[in-house]
Design a protein around this ligand. Structure first.
Ligand code: HXC
Length: 494
């Protein structure tokens, strides 16, 4: 009963489930094995010696999701606001250690008010111990954080180190310092929602990878995500029986790319038409929408998809898009998930805002992530692949294993108009000459065949056969083995 019936009722009144109800929904029925139900805090100051609640504000243990083991901790807001005591930290660390030893994901459910104020430094030490374990677990077992209430102060940095953060709309918020501190320090008046609600983190800052309508939806979606992932970096991703024909032709794709190169189309249509059963789990779908990242399956095998979205900012690469995709690519590489990259990109976003914001460094993250990745990498250029963005988007030159292009692909340093304006500047006052030069440039470069003649594109394929060609390519790469030079770790441009 955690903090008792009254506090549980208050929790429900806010539209939130309790820590235990959440675990029940996350895990397979009756699969939860609880640890440390009898642990209590050890504080004595401020009347705490007589104020103990068994379990002390977090429910921990393990269970299964569709039969596969995961370790869980779920903060109980009804017990001292879920705040972290030294004892609570030990409970969380215990399940983290078990997960690491056995090779199973860690799922943390957050609903807490930060450090246990009555405990002081013992609580701070507990946080640091957890941060260290999160760091050591990074790239070893998948770590998923679900924010289902307050997540303030010390609580934010553990999720921040994990692989994915999901929030619940309107009932969750995350910030390093709350509205009161903000008011004192900067004199700015903000609500919890304005400071750290899902609109901030799932749409603007990119801190969260998604937001769901309520607790039930969030937990159901986490179950769906876990199904795509291997349990640890020692495993290949799970293979699910596919009910979709592996070599299915999709003739509607032949007319997906509009004749006018400036007209957008929806890259998600291509994704849903080539993956198994149209099933695509999108990551950060409301942030940096000019790039799409997510998991799907091809003939039963998990793949990570990275795709430019011509419908948003013409699919340009900017700071946020590069950050979003780089992190996703690195996750896939860490967990042996093959990458499919769908390219329609006019280049990097020009402008003082982008350059001033460090586009060079952030863009380099994506370049670095693709270049270092050793998992199978399949690339398809559907239309534009201009300039540096051509190189970055898993090109042959940075170890793309199979690189395809549709006949509509245009692989060039830049679009014809921009190119002609630079190399034929002297003709600028002669529209007829400029039009002729543009047509000449287009005829020469606005196609995939120059790149294909150099071997940078392995084949020019018909859109309808994309699924078949990719499924076959993935099968051919199943036993791919390459490794990077020995190093302690790399130095990605952070
Ligand atoms: C001990 C806490 C607590 C905390 C809440 N409670 N936060 N107890 N330590 N940090 C208790 C309350 O006393 C209350 O107990 C119950 O939890 C519910 O809290 P309410 O305030 O009534 O709930 P609500 O109005 O929903 O507000 C939630 C809240 C607020 C916004 C999270 O409680 C709050 O601001 N808490 C303090 C947040 C904070 O400053 N934390 C420290 C951050 S510093 P009863 O008995 O009445 O039910 C930090 C440093 C770590 O974390 C850095 C490490 C790197």
């Amino acid at each position: 009963m955690g903090g008792g019936a009254k506090r549980i009722a208050a929790q429900h009144a806010k539209g939130k489930l309790t820590a235990r109800e959440r675990i029940d929904l996350l895990l397979d029925e009756n699969s939860f094995e609880e640890f440390d139900m009898f642990v209590e805090h050890r504080a004595t100051d401020f009347g705490m010696a007589d104020n103990k609640i068994p379990g002390d504000g977090v429910v921990t243990g393990w269970g299964t999701i569709n039969g596969r083991a995961v370790y869980v901790f779920s903060k109980d807001f009804t017990v001292f606001g879920g705040s972290l005591s030294g004892a609570q930290a030990q409970k969380i660390l215990k399940v983290m250690h078990q997960a690491m030893k056995t090779g199973a994901p860690i799922i943390g459910i957050y609903d807490a008010g930060g450090a246990r104020i009555q405990e002081g430094v013992e609580s701070l030490a507990g946080y640091a111990d957890i941060f260290l374990q999160n760091t050591l677990a990074s790239g070893v077992v998948p770590q998923i954080s679900v924010i289902m209430g307050p997540c303030a102060g010390g609580d934010v940095y553990s999720p921040a180190i994990t692989d994915f953060i999901f929030m619940v709309k309107d009932t969750s918020y995350m910030y390093v310092t709350g509205p009161d501190v903000v008011k004192t320090v900067t004199n700015e008046e903000v609500s919890h929602e304005e400071l750290g609600g899902y609109r901030v983190h799932a749409m603007k800052s990119g801190v969260a990878d998604g937001a769901f309508d309520n607790d039930l939806e969030a937990l159901t979606q986490v179950r769906r995500l876990v199904d795509f992932l291997p349990l640890s970096n020692r495993e290949k991703p799970p293979v699910r029986e596919s009910f979709d024909e592996a070599y299915r032709e999709e003739s509607s794709l032949n007319s997906l790319v509009p004749a006018n190169p400036n007209k957008p189309y929806d890259m998600k249509e291509l994704i849903s038409k080539i993956v198994d059963e149209n099933d695509f789990f999108e990551i950060s779908k409301d942030w940096a929408k000019n790039i799409i990242c997510g998991f799907a399956r091809m003939d039963g095998e998990t793949v990570g998809i990275v795709a430019n979205q011509p419908q948003v900012l013409a699919g340009v690469l900017d700071i946020d898009a590069a950050r979003k995709a780089a992190r996703f690519v690195r996750f896939c590489d860490a967990f042996n998930i093959a990458l499919i990259t769908l390219v329609d990109v006019p280049g990097f976003m020009p402008g003082t805002k982008q350059e001033g914001g460090g586009l060079i460094t952030h863009g380099a993250k994506l370049l670095f992530a693709f270049a270092e990745a050793t998992v199978p990498k399949i690339t398809l250029i559907t239309r534009k692949a201009y300039g540096g963005a051509y190189d970055v988007m898993s090109s042959k030159h940075i170890r793309g294993d199979v690189n395809y292009a549709w006949p509509t692909a245009e692989i060039a340093v830049m679009g014809a108009k921009g190119a002609v304006e630079i190399i034929f500047r002297a003709d600028m006052n002669n529209p007829a000459a400029i039009a002729e030069r543009e047509a000449e440039y287009k005829a020469r470069f606005a196609n995939p065949f120059v790149a294909a003649s150099l071997g940078y594109i392995d084949d020019v394929i018909m859109p309808a056969e994309t699924r078949r060609r990719m499924v076959r390519a993935l099968k051919s790469l199943k036993n791919k083995q390459i490794s990077n030079p020995w190093k302690k770790h790399d130095n990605i441009p952070l």
